[in-house]
Write a protein of this length. Structure first.
Length: 118
């Protein structure tokens, strides 16, 4: 499975961005897709996850009510709609995939940088 993340950029506080993660190769309906982020000097954190069946399974407390994860199975793409962005959201965002039977994400896309200016 290959994952291609895009959509990052520079935005002002309160603005919005939509990240996309396009999957190619041998994808599976049993995969869980996740968005992660890592800010400078901080550990990577899970932002949101979703199964290919479309059930959001997790949102980090810090993004609940502001971010929405969704997927388009026909396009094999997962999205992360980010609203009401804050400077603390500044990070490199990564998408990843794992089989639902596994705990570790085995497939990772390249990161896309999101910078929120104050």
């Amino acid at each position: 499975v290959q994952l291609q993340a895009s959509g990052g950029g520079l935005v002002q506080t309160g603005g919005s961005l939509r990240l996309s993660c396009a999957a190619s190769g041998r994808t599976s309906s049993t995969y869980v897709m996740g968005w992660f982020r890592q800010a400078p000097g901080k550990e990577r954190e899970t932002v949101a996850t979703i199964t290919w069946s479309g059930n959001p399974t997790y949102y980090a407390d810090s993004v609940k009510g502001r971010f929405t994860i969704s997927r388009d199975n026909a396009k094999k793409t997962v999205y992360l709609q980010m609203n009401s962005l804050k400077p603390d959201d500044t990070a490199v965002y990564y998408c990843a995939a794992r089989n639902i039977e596994r705990t570790a994400y085995g497939y990772w896309g390249q990161g896309t940088l999101v910078t929120v200016s104050s």
